[in-house]
Structures are given as structure tokens and as C-alpha cells.
Write a protein of this length. Structure first.
Length: 79
């Protein structure tokens, strides 16, 4: 990757690389927010097995999209 300068395939992951602390904390915040308000974002069916794997891929993609938008508006988390 460094020698041939082929980095276009990694552009999808760049929003997470630009703000890793926020993308690490955000799913936990969402989880505890849903617990506090007794709001379920997924059905019980999507908590295990192949549906669970598919849901985790969809959720990860959503998180990358959210981070792309937040990075556009300069919303960041710093220590």
C-alpha cells in the first residue's frame, strides 16, 4: 500500500481514522441511551447468528456514515 500508493480502497474507513475516539465511544452512548429510555433499535431476531452478523455490518456502516457527516461539520472529541 505504501510502496504502490494504492490507498483508494481505504477511503471508506477514513472517517473512523480521522476521529477514532468518538467512533469508539459512540456505540456505547447509543446503547445506554436506548436502555435509559427503554427504546429498542433492533429486534430480538437480530441479536445472534447470521442476522446478528448482518446487523453488526449495517450498524458499522451507519456509524461510518455518521462519522463522515460529523467530520464534515468538524465535530470531534479530543483528550
Amino acid at each position: 500500500m505504501e510502496i504502490k500508493k494504492q490507498t483508494k480502497w481505504s477511503n471508506f474507513f477514513m472517517p473512523a481514522a480521522a476521529n477514532p475516539l468518538l467512533i469508539y465511544i459512540l456505540p456505547g452512548v447509543i446503547y445506554y441511551f436506548t436502555l435509559a429510555f427503554d427504546f429498542h433499535i433492533i429486534l430480538e431476531y437480530f441479536t445472534e447468528g447470521l442476522p446478528g452478523i448482518i446487523w453488526s455490518l449495517v450498524f458499522s456502516t451507519i456509524m461510518l456514515g455518521v462519522m463522515k457527516i460529523w467530520n464534515k461539520y468538524k465535530i470531534q472529541l479530543h483528550l
